[in-house]
Write a protein that binds this ligand. Structure first.
Ligand code: C2R
Length: 213
Protein backbone atom coordinates (compact mmCIF):
# COMPACT_ATOMS: atom_id res chain seq x y z
CA UNK A 1 0.00 0.00 0.00
CA UNK A 2 1.24 3.54 -0.72
CA UNK A 3 -1.36 5.64 1.04
CA UNK A 4 1.21 6.77 3.64
CA UNK A 5 -0.38 4.72 6.39
CA UNK A 6 0.61 1.20 5.55
CA UNK A 7 4.03 1.43 3.83
CA UNK A 8 6.38 -1.57 3.76
CA UNK A 9 10.00 -0.87 4.71
CA UNK A 10 13.08 -2.92 3.91
CA UNK A 11 16.64 -2.48 5.04
CA UNK A 12 19.16 -3.72 2.49
CA UNK A 13 22.93 -4.18 2.24
CA UNK A 14 24.90 -4.56 -0.99
CA UNK A 15 28.64 -5.15 -1.38
CA UNK A 16 30.63 -2.97 -3.79
CA UNK A 17 34.25 -2.38 -4.68
CA UNK A 18 35.96 0.98 -5.08
CA UNK A 19 39.71 1.49 -5.52
CA UNK A 20 40.39 -2.07 -4.38
CA UNK A 21 38.39 -1.70 -1.18
CA UNK A 22 35.34 -3.74 -0.35
CA UNK A 23 32.48 -1.56 0.83
CA UNK A 24 28.95 -2.09 1.98
CA UNK A 25 26.11 0.10 0.77
CA UNK A 26 23.26 0.26 3.23
CA UNK A 27 19.90 1.34 1.93
CA UNK A 28 16.43 1.79 3.15
CA UNK A 29 13.71 0.81 0.76
CA UNK A 30 10.07 1.61 0.91
CA UNK A 31 7.35 1.43 -1.67
CA UNK A 32 6.89 5.21 -1.92
CA UNK A 33 10.56 6.20 -2.34
CA UNK A 34 12.39 3.06 -3.45
CA UNK A 35 16.16 2.83 -2.88
CA UNK A 36 16.69 5.80 -0.63
CA UNK A 37 20.39 5.45 0.20
CA UNK A 38 21.41 6.61 3.61
CA UNK A 39 24.92 5.39 4.16
CA UNK A 40 27.93 3.38 3.12
CA UNK A 41 31.16 2.20 4.71
CA UNK A 42 34.26 0.23 3.78
CA UNK A 43 34.67 -3.11 5.47
CA UNK A 44 37.94 -4.47 4.11
CA UNK A 45 40.85 -4.06 1.77
CA UNK A 46 40.36 -6.12 -1.38
CA UNK A 47 44.09 -6.29 -2.19
CA UNK A 48 44.57 -8.95 0.48
CA UNK A 49 41.36 -10.92 -0.05
CA UNK A 50 42.63 -13.45 -2.67
CA UNK A 51 42.88 -16.85 -1.05
CA UNK A 52 46.45 -17.97 -0.35
CA UNK A 53 47.56 -21.32 -1.69
CA UNK A 54 49.09 -24.33 0.02
CA UNK A 55 52.25 -25.87 -1.40
CA UNK A 56 52.91 -29.56 -0.83
CA UNK A 57 56.52 -30.74 -1.27
CA UNK A 58 57.45 -34.41 -0.99
CA UNK A 59 61.01 -35.68 -0.79
CA UNK A 60 60.31 -38.49 -3.25
CA UNK A 61 57.42 -39.67 -5.36
CA UNK A 62 57.38 -42.73 -3.09
CA UNK A 63 55.68 -40.38 -0.57
CA UNK A 64 52.75 -39.89 -2.97
CA UNK A 65 50.09 -41.79 -0.93
CA UNK A 66 50.63 -39.33 1.94
CA UNK A 67 50.48 -36.33 -0.40
CA UNK A 68 47.19 -37.69 -1.79
CA UNK A 69 45.64 -37.71 1.69
CA UNK A 70 46.54 -34.03 2.06
CA UNK A 71 45.30 -33.17 -1.43
CA UNK A 72 41.91 -34.77 -0.72
CA UNK A 73 41.39 -32.44 2.26
CA UNK A 74 42.51 -29.32 0.38
CA UNK A 75 40.10 -30.20 -2.45
CA UNK A 76 37.28 -30.67 0.07
CA UNK A 77 37.89 -27.10 1.32
CA UNK A 78 38.42 -25.74 -2.21
CA UNK A 79 41.81 -24.37 -1.20
CA UNK A 80 44.22 -23.78 -4.12
CA UNK A 81 47.36 -25.92 -3.96
CA UNK A 82 50.50 -27.05 -5.81
CA UNK A 83 52.35 -30.35 -5.47
CA UNK A 84 56.12 -30.78 -6.04
CA UNK A 85 58.80 -33.43 -5.62
CA UNK A 86 61.95 -31.73 -4.29
CA UNK A 87 64.47 -33.09 -1.83
CA UNK A 88 66.64 -31.11 0.56
CA UNK A 89 69.32 -33.73 -0.08
CA UNK A 90 68.93 -34.55 -3.74
CA UNK A 91 67.74 -31.20 -5.16
CA UNK A 92 68.67 -28.65 -2.47
CA UNK A 93 68.74 -25.65 -4.83
CA UNK A 94 65.20 -26.21 -6.12
CA UNK A 95 63.81 -26.87 -2.64
CA UNK A 96 65.42 -23.68 -1.33
CA UNK A 97 64.21 -21.61 -4.29
CA UNK A 98 60.63 -22.77 -3.79
CA UNK A 99 60.71 -21.76 -0.13
CA UNK A 100 62.46 -18.44 -0.79
CA UNK A 101 59.79 -17.39 -3.29
CA UNK A 102 56.81 -18.78 -1.37
CA UNK A 103 55.58 -15.58 0.25
CA UNK A 104 55.77 -13.50 -2.90
CA UNK A 105 54.00 -16.31 -4.80
CA UNK A 106 50.95 -16.08 -2.53
CA UNK A 107 51.67 -19.20 -0.47
CA UNK A 108 50.05 -19.26 2.98
CA UNK A 109 51.37 -22.60 4.22
CA UNK A 110 53.87 -25.25 3.08
CA UNK A 111 53.59 -28.97 3.78
CA UNK A 112 56.87 -30.90 3.69
CA UNK A 113 56.58 -34.69 3.42
CA UNK A 114 59.62 -36.90 3.92
CA UNK A 115 60.72 -40.24 5.33
CA UNK A 116 64.00 -41.55 6.79
CA UNK A 117 66.49 -38.72 7.53
CA UNK A 118 63.69 -36.22 6.93
CA UNK A 119 65.37 -32.82 6.64
CA UNK A 120 63.05 -31.48 3.96
CA UNK A 121 60.53 -29.61 6.14
CA UNK A 122 63.30 -28.05 8.22
CA UNK A 123 65.29 -27.03 5.15
CA UNK A 124 62.18 -25.39 3.65
CA UNK A 125 61.46 -23.61 6.95
CA UNK A 126 65.02 -22.26 7.01
CA UNK A 127 64.31 -20.32 3.81
CA UNK A 128 60.93 -18.76 4.55
CA UNK A 129 58.74 -17.35 7.31
CA UNK A 130 55.64 -18.90 5.70
CA UNK A 131 54.51 -21.58 8.21
CA UNK A 132 55.87 -25.04 7.39
CA UNK A 133 54.08 -28.22 8.43
CA UNK A 134 56.13 -31.42 8.43
CA UNK A 135 54.79 -34.91 7.81
CA UNK A 136 57.22 -37.64 8.83
CA UNK A 137 56.70 -40.75 6.68
CA UNK A 138 56.85 -44.39 7.64
CA UNK A 139 59.80 -46.29 6.16
CA UNK A 140 60.83 -49.93 6.17
CA UNK A 141 63.78 -49.60 8.56
CA UNK A 142 62.60 -47.69 11.63
CA UNK A 143 58.87 -47.42 10.96
CA UNK A 144 58.86 -43.62 10.75
CA UNK A 145 60.46 -42.88 14.12
CA UNK A 146 63.58 -41.71 12.27
CA UNK A 147 61.56 -39.23 10.19
CA UNK A 148 59.45 -38.15 13.17
CA UNK A 149 62.51 -37.16 15.21
CA UNK A 150 64.26 -35.55 12.23
CA UNK A 151 61.18 -33.42 11.54
CA UNK A 152 60.03 -32.52 15.03
CA UNK A 153 63.37 -31.81 16.74
CA UNK A 154 64.04 -28.45 15.14
CA UNK A 155 66.51 -26.08 16.77
CA UNK A 156 64.97 -23.01 18.40
CA UNK A 157 64.32 -20.22 15.91
CA UNK A 158 63.18 -22.28 12.90
CA UNK A 159 59.90 -24.02 13.76
CA UNK A 160 58.26 -26.87 11.87
CA UNK A 161 54.72 -27.82 12.96
CA UNK A 162 55.03 -31.59 12.93
CA UNK A 163 52.00 -33.86 12.60
CA UNK A 164 51.76 -37.62 13.19
CA UNK A 165 53.66 -40.18 11.11
CA UNK A 166 51.88 -40.33 7.72
CA UNK A 167 49.44 -37.65 8.97
CA UNK A 168 48.48 -36.26 5.58
CA UNK A 169 44.92 -35.29 6.51
CA UNK A 170 45.86 -33.44 9.69
CA UNK A 171 48.67 -31.58 7.91
CA UNK A 172 46.20 -30.30 5.34
CA UNK A 173 43.63 -29.42 8.01
CA UNK A 174 46.28 -27.45 9.89
CA UNK A 175 47.19 -25.65 6.65
CA UNK A 176 43.51 -24.76 6.14
CA UNK A 177 43.32 -23.52 9.74
CA UNK A 178 46.35 -21.29 9.12
CA UNK A 179 44.67 -19.81 6.05
CA UNK A 180 41.41 -19.42 7.99
CA UNK A 181 43.07 -16.97 10.41
CA UNK A 182 42.40 -14.32 7.77
CA UNK A 183 39.46 -15.93 6.00
CA UNK A 184 36.12 -16.10 7.82
CA UNK A 185 34.44 -18.18 5.09
CA UNK A 186 37.09 -20.87 5.48
CA UNK A 187 36.62 -20.79 9.26
CA UNK A 188 32.90 -21.43 8.77
CA UNK A 189 33.74 -24.46 6.58
CA UNK A 190 36.09 -25.79 9.27
CA UNK A 191 33.34 -25.47 11.89
CA UNK A 192 30.94 -27.33 9.58
CA UNK A 193 33.42 -30.16 9.06
CA UNK A 194 34.03 -30.49 12.81
CA UNK A 195 30.26 -30.65 13.37
CA UNK A 196 29.82 -33.28 10.63
CA UNK A 197 32.72 -35.37 12.01
CA UNK A 198 31.28 -35.14 15.53
CA UNK A 199 27.90 -36.32 14.25
CA UNK A 200 29.54 -39.42 12.71
CA UNK A 201 31.06 -40.29 16.10
CA UNK A 202 27.76 -39.73 17.90
CA UNK A 203 25.97 -41.98 15.38
CA UNK A 204 28.56 -44.71 16.06
CA UNK A 205 28.11 -44.18 19.79
CA UNK A 206 24.35 -44.59 19.45
CA UNK A 207 24.83 -47.81 17.44
CA UNK A 208 27.27 -49.21 20.04
CA UNK A 209 24.97 -48.33 22.93
CA UNK A 210 22.01 -50.04 21.27
CA UNK A 211 24.05 -53.12 20.42
CA UNK A 212 25.27 -53.72 23.98
CA UNK A 213 22.18 -52.54 25.82
P1 C2R B 1 63.13 -42.92 -2.28
O1 C2R B 1 61.87 -43.77 -2.23
O2 C2R B 1 63.15 -41.98 -3.43
O3 C2R B 1 64.39 -43.75 -2.17
O4 C2R B 1 63.07 -42.00 -0.97
C1 C2R B 1 61.79 -39.38 0.88
O5 C2R B 1 60.84 -38.49 1.40
C2 C2R B 1 61.39 -40.82 1.01
O6 C2R B 1 60.46 -41.02 2.07
C3 C2R B 1 63.08 -42.57 0.32
C4 C2R B 1 62.71 -41.53 1.32
O7 C2R B 1 63.70 -40.51 1.35
C5 C2R B 1 63.06 -39.34 1.68
N1 C2R B 1 63.78 -38.09 1.42
C6 C2R B 1 64.11 -37.25 2.39
C7 C2R B 1 64.59 -36.11 1.75
N2 C2R B 1 64.58 -36.32 0.44
C8 C2R B 1 64.06 -37.54 0.24
N3 C2R B 1 64.02 -37.44 3.70
C9 C2R B 1 65.01 -34.88 2.44
O8 C2R B 1 65.38 -33.93 1.73
O9 C2R B 1 64.91 -34.80 3.65
Amino acid sequence: MTDGKNVEHHLGVREFYLADRLGALVFFREQVRPYLVFGHYFVSDRRNTKMKKVVIVMGSDSDMPIAEKAVAVLKEFEVPFEVHVYSAHRTPMQAAELAENARKNGVGAIIGIAGMAAHLAGALAAKTTVPVIGIPCKSAGLGGLDALLSTVQMPSGIPVATVAIDGGANAALLAVQILAVGDDALAVKLDAKRAADAKKVLDKNAAAEVRFM
